[in-house]
Write a protein that binds this ligand. Structure first.
Ligand code: DGL
Length: 263
């Protein structure tokens, strides 16, 4: 048994979509969420920068005495996870491997991946998918505007509808009907993307597979929490307008959140 919290990080609000799944799957666990809003967006930064930010975030979470780390960010998973695993002894789970393991269980010949420019350029999703499922066809599309629009709280704006309409064209052309939301900001657009395909698309939210993997890990190692749960703590590295409102929307939470602004 281990009463310490699970540490989670992303560049901003996106990883809260993963926190939501983690909280639902493990209602007994404690969580500390770090949104690195000071360095948002990660999607257009260099690999060296992503490695540096990820390292700082993990060091911060380790100082908070967490028992494990979840990288709730596709960009940091694709470019920094392997380096972080070498640097730190603490268990670290990213979003790609658990999701690919889930995809392997589906009868699919073709899949779409949408993510940030950095993630798509890294080729990490395609490589990982093809390693597990050699004959799968992967259609990739970078959606550089989506994380920023969501972070600004404008996910339902005309700007976002237009961007999604344009980004989804390639999947319609290729008759792709299953899409991995390879950036953790994208589940915020779930409904809009569904509408774009008139409901005829399956969207894979990475948080679901990640939460399952974390749960299994805690069980295997016998390190589940055994004491009464505390409210999740949210820390952001730079104050952001209406962060609490956006966070409540994503977490579908009506009560006041525990948000600290600087670390
Ligand atoms: N939510 C992040 C991801 O999954 C980062 C988006 C960004 O900061 O550009 O890739």
């Amino acid at each position: 048994m281990d009463t310490r919290a699970i540490g989670i990080f992303d560049s901003g609000i996106g990883g809260l979509t993963v926190l939501k799944e983690l909280e639902e799957c493990m209602p007994e666990e404690n969580f500390i969420y770090l949104g690195d809003t000071l360095h948002f967006p990660y999607g257009d930064k260099t690999r060296e920068e992503i490695i540096q930010f990820s390292r700082n975030n993990i060091e911060y979470l380790i100082r908070q005495n967490v028992k494990m780390i979840v990288i709730a960010c596709g960009t940091a998973t694709s470019q920094a996870l392997t380096v972080m695993e070498e640097l730190f002894d603490i268990p670290i789970i990213g979003i790609i491997e658990p999701t690919v393991n889930y995809v392997e269980s589906l009868p699919l010949k073709k899949i779409g991946v949408i993510a940030t420019t950095g993630t798509i350029k890294s080729g990490a999703w395609e490589k990982s998918l093809k390693q597990k499922i050699p004959d799968i066809k992967v259609v990739n599309k970078a959606c550089p505007l989506l994380a920023s629009i969501a972070e600004e709280g404008k996910a339902k704006s005309k700007e976002s509808l237009d961007a999604i309409h344009q980004y989804m064209e390639i999947f319609k052309e290729n008759k792709v009907n299953t899409l991995i939301l390879g950036c953790t900001h994208y589940p915020i657009y779930d409904e809009i993307i569904q509408n774009e395909f008139s409901g005829r698309v399956t969207l894979i939210n990475t948080g679901v597979a990640v939460a399952q993997k974390v749960k299994e890990y805690l069980q295997q190692k016998h390190i589940q929490n055994s004491e009464p749960k505390k409210q999740s703590k949210i820390v952001i590295s730079k104050e952001e307008k209406d962060f609490d409102k956006k966070a409540k929307n994503i977490l579908k939470c009506a009560k006041k959140l525990d948000i600290t602004y600087f670390y």
